[in-house]
Design a protein around this ligand. Structure first.
Ligand code: NDP
Ligand code: ZN
Length: 356
């Protein structure tokens, strides 16, 4: 039978949050129900609910309950579940289902499932009669054990949630590009994703440059171990950077010129784009002048990789810097405005246990 749930929903792109009661699909034999304790606020939540992804062919469906950085405790388990028992800590990231046997799933890249990935919200759940998935700004979630991440009991739970998206989205391309000790690397866009990228890169022993557009974060970058901070609004600081980096990750969520950064790669260098600007601005024609540099996109990470990232982060004490807010519609509205205005250091996390 269906599981009652409550959370915070938006009913149109112009709307603000409202308390919302709904139901989730029944707990199947391979499913677990997680009592959600913390939910991170990702910039993707804003893009999705504000319907800013038309260029990517993504359209918003309402009511929408965002949230794909979820940490909590297992409340119920289906009869075939082996990975979890009631009381364990568990997390959910950006996806909740996939076919499990296409070539992408077999490569542990369920986010590219050929039959169709069900993302955590604003996504049609083809594995459950096509109902719309509802995200983590809510009190519980029902998910297949295969798509739940085990959280070690000693983890600092209130800081774990953002690892499930911001963590894995930066971890994945850093490892895909084989970044190693001594590499010269750059992180463009120093927010929720960016500050995780800086920490993983510093941990690997890379020499890290941070690009952002404010003076407010210069000291934070040094504190996190970056060797250089560049304010992109300062033309002097932007000079002399051609042919500098082995690897660049861009998390910039607004329109910018990716080609500027491509030009900063050494020959053979690689740039991963994970930010979602609302218009594509990469002028491919100009790439001819920048031969032999590689640019690729990257979307979150597979479940196996997410588990590896989480275990590594907890073991090495690598966490996001979080600001905890109450589970209240107007608090979430306020936090969203601050994310849009760049006033968060570095991730908001909703304490879902305070939901009324
Ligand atoms: P945040 O808002 O936390 O961080 C973005 C940062 O980029 C902010 O520090 C912002 O500065 C900075 N910035 C904005 N414009 C520029 C610019 N022109 N040059 C340099 N820095 C700039 O967002 P998130 O980290 O949560 O998300 C980043 C992007 O990644 C979003 O587009 C999100 O949708 C996407 N994303 C992609 C995923 C994937 O799988 N590919 C997964 C998750 C997120 P300021 O503080 O001044 O605004
Ligand atoms: Zn996200």
């Amino acid at each position: 039978e269906r599981v009652p749930a409550k959370g915070f929903a938006m009913f149109s792109a112009e709307d603000t949050f409202h308390p919302y009661e709904f139901t989730r699909h029944a707990i199947g034999d391979n499913d677990i129900q997680i009592e959600i304790l913390y939910a991170g606020i990702c910039h993707s939540d804003l893009h999705a609910a504000w319907d800013e992804q038309q260029e990517q062919g993504l359209h918003a469906a309402y009511p929408m309950i965002p949230g794909h950085e979820i940490a909590g405790r297992v409340a119920k388990v289906g009869k075939n579940v082996t990975k979890f028992k009631v009381g364990d800590l568990a997390g959910v990231g950006c996806m909740v289902n996939a076919c499990g046997h296409c070539s992408s799933c077999e490569m542990h890249k369920e986010q590219f499932c050929e039959k169709g990935t069900t993302f955590t919200y604003n996504s049609r759940d083809i594995y459950h009669d096509g109902e719309m998935a509802m995200g983590g700004y809510s009190d519980n979630i029902v998910v297949s054990e295969n798509f739940a991440i085990k959280i070690p009991a000693n983890a600092d739970l209130k800081r774990v949630a953002p690892l499930l998206c911001a963590g894995v989205t930066t971890w994945s391309p850093i490892h895909f590009s084989n970044v190693k000790k001594g590499d010269k690397v750059a992180v463009a866009g120093y927010g929720g994703l960016g500050h995780m990228a800086v920490q993983y890169l510093v941990d690997l022993g890379a020499d890290v440059t941070v690009f952002d557009r404010t003076e407010e974060k210069r000291a934070d970058a040094a504190r996190m171990g970056a060797t250089r901070y560049v304010n992109v609004n300062n033309p002097e600081e932007m000079k002399g950077l051609r042919n500098t980096f082995d690897f660049i990750i861009s998390t910039i969520p607004a329109n910018y010129e990716p080609i500027q950064y491509v030009a900063m790669l050494k020959m053979g260098g690689e740039m991963a784009i994970v930010g979602l600007p609302d218009k594509s601005t990469l002028n491919i024609a100009n790439m001819a002048f920048l031969s032999q540099r590689k640019v690729y996109g990257s979307l979150i990470g597979g479940i196996k990789e997410t588990q590896e990232m989480l275990d590594y982060s907890v073991a090495h004490d690598i966490y996001p810097e979080v600001e905890i807010i109450k589970a209240d519609a107007s608090e979430i509205d306020k936090a969203w405005r601050n994310v849009a205005d760049g006033k968060v250091k570095f991730r908001y996390v909703i304490d879902m246990s305070t939901i009324k």
